[in-house]
Design a protein around this ligand. Structure first.
Ligand code: FAD
Ligand code: FES
Ligand code: FES
Length: 489
């Protein structure tokens, strides 16, 4: 069945009621919530995922229950609300009856101008709804994507900690304290509502901007749609949308066709095959980080992903998107290069496998052909010594100056083989090939570390930009490599 919406309408649950919205293909959830529903508690700050003021809770059925995750609504295509439950700050409480999280903010003087407060409240709501026993560290992680320019984070952190304590004391009534009463009925409604939709095609025939937002439910449909779009046409694939929507919001770069692959169920799995973990192209980074096999067998990848962006961004962003965007400072790409991962590329005509080291072709250029999708990433799970380093001004929501991934097969003090991937020092993430050769079949000692660190720095020619000068970046490469190798001593 194909559901075509000439007058594009999406249906979803909004706070305590069912809602229908007319959307244009380039709309974000933020614009729809504010302009069509007047829910201006959801704030518009940076419009590029950095400040968290627009955070909402998006509820999705997972294993029979609705799980709420925090998303920056400025980067969330409005179409994605279809069949989901959205909770905004208005759905939690009101001035005369604040929600316990809002009350904690009041009690701890954690709000001043209040612009950031709805975003903080929604981030904490998602945390406590999922994990009422959240620790201080988990509270900090949940809030890493929310900025406040006036209150000071100590009072906000204090509000979160006091709330966690209160929940612990009243452990019997957790759901009643955190989840609004209407949430009790939503799971059943979403079961009925989240019927398989093969394609929601949202067209805007006369628009000068985006003309169509395609939301295929299967790979076959995605290829049919892509096949119908001329190779030279202005179209773009959307996965998590955390790069695509920034381009749309900030640069006005909304293509004529957006092909959203996020609902293709077949791409949303992680498989632990013998010696390889296969990660589907749709799996959000949060799910990758939560997966037991990934945690146990791919610590390097986990280290890279957990330092990426913020929780809100990781709830949306995918590995495939990080690879395909081919940013020189793509943290996941750098980790995958070190791990000798392989990208699975698929078209209507078949599949091919390309090692990540051959996938990058130049600045923002990849091996991907027209109408070809990254459908999975295969990551070998060999038992290696590993390390990942990222240098940036802040530990969260900051872009890398230099990152590096290290994976080595080691026997005693002998390095059998080593891979060193560097991000931020060339037009794409690159391997330090001469250094890798130098290290092969060598005993580790201080002299070798010094020699390898110098060689790695001499292998790259970074540029100077706002994140660091050429000299600074070269020094970082030397220090990162020395740090990686010191772990073998
Ligand atoms: C606030 C913020 C902080 C960030 N911090 C970091 C950071 O610390 N480190 C970092 O590396 N990145 C960071 N990013 C960038 C971004 O989050 C990542 O690049 C992310 O992995 C992109 O994945 P996505 O699924 O959202 O991609 P999308 O935005 O959906 O797509 C990105 C590109 O890949 C293409 N694409 C996506 N999926 C496929 C597919 N399956 N097949 C073919 N092409 C595809 C799209 O057409 C698009 O060109 C940040 C972004 C934001 C907004
Ligand atoms: S408005 Fe700043 S993250 Fe969305
Ligand atoms: S209270 Fe003013 S921005 Fe946070």
């Amino acid at each position: 069945m194909t559901e075509t919406m000439r007058k594009p309408r999406i249906s979803f649950f909004l706070n305590g009621r069912a809602a229908v919205a007319a959307v244009s293909p380039g709309d974000t959830a933020l614009t729809v919530l504010r302009r069509q529903f007047g829910l201006t508690g959801t704030k518009e700050g940076c419009n590029e995922g950095d400040c968290g003021a627009c955070t909402v809770a998006l509820g999705e059925l997972r294993g029979g229950t609705v799980e709420y995750r925090a998303f920056t609504s400025c980067l969330l295509p409005a179409t994605r609300l279809h069949g989901r439950h959205v909770i905004t700050v208005e759905g939690l409480g009101a001035p005369e009856r604040p929600h316990p999280i809002q009350q904690a903010f009041l009690d701890h003087h954690a709000t001043q101008c209040g612009f950031c407060t709805p975003g903080f409240v929604m981030s904490l709501f998602c945390l406590f709804a999922r994990n009422p026993a959240a620790t201080r560290a988990e509270i900090a992680e949940a809030l890493e994507g929310n900025l406040c320019r006036c209150t000071g984070y100590l009072s906000i952190d204090g509000a979160g900690a006091a709330l966690a304590e209160k929940i612990k004391i009243n452990a019997g009534d957790i759901r009643g304290q955190i989840l609004p009463a209407y949430c009790g009925e939503v799971a059943e409604q979403l079961h009925r509502f989240d019927r398989p939709i093969e394609t929601v095609e949202v067209s805007e025939p006369s628009g000068e901007r985006c003309l169509a937002y395609h939301l295929p439910a299967t790979l076959e449909q995605a290829f049919d749609i892509m096949w119908g779009i001329a190779e030279t046409a202005d179209y773009r694939v959307v996965a998590g949308g955390t790069d695509v929507m920034v381009d749309a919001n900030v640069k006005g770069a909304v293509p004529k066709h957006l092909v959203d692959v996020s609902r293709i169920a077949g791409l949303r799995s992680i498989r632990d095959d013998a010696g390889t973990i296969v990660i589907g192209a749709n799996v959000p980074m949060t799910d990758i980080l939560l997966h037991p096999a990934v945690r146990a067998k791919l610590p390097l990848l986990c280290a890279a992903l957990s330092q990426m962006a913020s929780l809100q961004v990781r709830n949306a962003a995918t590995l495939a998107g990080n690879l395909a965007t081919a940013s020189p400072i793509g943290d996941a790409g750098t980790a995958l290069l070190a791990l000798d991962a392989v990208a699975v590329l698929t078209t209507k005509l078949g599949e091919r496998k390309v090692p990540v080291e051959s996938f990058y072709k130049g600045y923002r250029q990849t091996e991907l052909c027209a109408h070809e999708l990254v459908t999975a990433v295969e990551v070998p799970t060999a038992d290696v010594a590993w390390d990942f380093q990222k240098s940036a001004k802040r530990s969260a929501v900051d872009i890398t100056a230099v990152s590096s991934g290290f994976a080595a097969q080691v026997e005693g003090r002998r390095i059998v083989s080593a891979r060193i991937a560097l991000g931020g020092v060339a037009p794409t993430p690159v391997l330090a090939r001469r250094t890798m050769e130098l290290l092969t079949d060598k005993e580790i000692d201080a002299a070798l570390i010094e020699q390898a660190a110098r060689m790695a720095a001499s292998e790259v020619e970074p540029i100077s930009d706002v994140r660091g000068s050429r000299e600074y970046r070269s020094a970082l490469v030397r220090n990162h490599v020395a740090k990686h190798l010191s772990k073998l001593l």
